[in-house]
Design a protein around this ligand. Structure first.
Ligand SMILES: Cc1cc2nc3c(=O)[nH]c(=O)nc-3n(C[C@H](O)[C@H](O)[C@H](O)COP(=O)(O)OP(=O)(O)OC[C@H]3O[C@@H](n4cnc5c(N)ncnc54)[C@H](O)[C@@H]3O)c2cc1C
Length: 309
């Protein structure tokens, strides 16, 4: 019987593991298909405190894991396939094996939606990115034309943020008006550096042969006309998908599948806590995920202490 099982080995899961391990709870971390989480897919992280020169995303996650293991956390490669949270102890199926636990921390993250273009995939991290806050300030984007794809609040926020770095920001949207909140739409469209490209979709990111982004091909859905927009970066902001399908109908979520905590990191099921991007549709940063992981572990520790009093 485990005291604490953590689903996910990203910043949230490994920080929860560090705190739970230091509280002598010997947590078990189940990594999922992406050990180290999303940050392992990026080369340079410049905004995680403590690394003035920046740090390689993969290296940062290896260090987080080592730090948690140093205090007794166990990290197991595996995928949680199903959960039974209807009674104590909770039962998880991990690659066909049953694991029982007194508390559970869900830190399963959120994936971004893709344009589903082959060229997009090939140029990821070579000018194609999914996070302006993370990558917008990189030298490769400074004083260059940039493209944001999307029309919701996130796309508008990304476009506004990128005006600090890019020479011009093209906002490519499949409709002729933005889906964002009224105030956001007004601000975005009033910005002199932002140029909307209405009724249009990106059909190809250029230039795979050169191994870097040099532009995008866009198609106007009303006229069928195609054109190339030259740019150094493509910021895809068409939404995220939290990895929470396992908990549907059991753990409270919003309409988009983000887990909604009751109080702090606690969910509607006593003994189940949540941390990181799977419950955060606003900030989605490594440091916020880590902070939420810390909170979830402290809550789990208090829950166990109160039970054993
Ligand atoms: C390309 C890129 C660059 C980024 N750059 C930065 C940056 O510079 N600075 C910054 O602050 N943020 C950056 N981010 C955002 C940052 O990566 C995330 O905010 C952070 O990783 C969220 O941590 P998390 O632990 O909540 O989730 P994740 O890192 O997504 O981890 C989720 C974990 O859950 C696991 N999992 C999912 N389902 C299951 C399951 N069924 N069973 C077991 N495990 C499961 C996965 O395998 C994974 O280990 C970037 C993101 C991307 C994609």
């Amino acid at each position: 019987m485990e005291k604490v099982v953590i689903i996910g080995s990203g910043c949230a899961g490994l920080t929860a593991a560090l705190y739970a391990a230091r509280a002598n709870l010997k947590p078990l971390v189940v990594t999922g298909r992406q050990p180290g989480g999303l940050l392992t897919t990026t080369s340079v992280v410049e905004n995680f405190p403590g690394f003035p020169e920046g740090v390689d995303g993969y290296e940062l996650m290896v260090r987080m894991q080592k730090q948690a293991e140093r205090f007794g956390a166990r990290v197991q490669f595996g995928v949680v396939e199903s959960v039974d949270l209807s009674k104590q102890p909770f039962r998880l199926s991990v690659d066909g094996e049953t694991v029982e636990t007194e508390t559970l921390i869900i830190a399963s993250g959120a994936g971004h939606k893709h344009l589903e273009l082959d060229s997009e995939l090939k140029l990821e991290n070579k000018g194609v990115t999914y996070c302006a806050t993370c990558d917008g300030a990189l030298p490769m984007f400074r004083s260059q034309p940039l493209v944001v794809v999307g029309g919701g609040d996130s796309a508008c926020e990304e476009a506004m943020y990128l005006t600090r770095f890019g020479s011009v920001v093209y906002l490519v949207h499949r409709r002729d008006s933005l889906r964002a909140s009224k105030i956001m739409v007004e601000r975005t469209l009033a910005h002199t550096k932002i140029h909307p490209v209405w009724d249009s979709v990106v059909t190809e990111v250029l230039d795979v042969a050169k191994g870097k982004v040099t532009g995008v091909k866009v198609k106007n859905l009303k006229t069928g006309a195609e054109k190339v927009i030259e740019c150094a970066g493509v910021f895809v902001a068409i939404g995220h998908r939290p990895n929470t399908a396992l908990f549907k109908g059991v753990i409270d979520m919003d309409d988009h599948g983000y887990i909604v905590p009751r109080k702090g990191a606690a969910t509607n099921v006593p003994g189940v806590f949540v941390a990181g991007d799977c419950s955060d549709r606003v900030y989605r940063q490594a440091v916020t995920a880590a902070g939420l992981g810390c909170a979830a572990a402290i809550e789990a520790e208090r829950f166990l202490a109160a039970r054993n009093e």
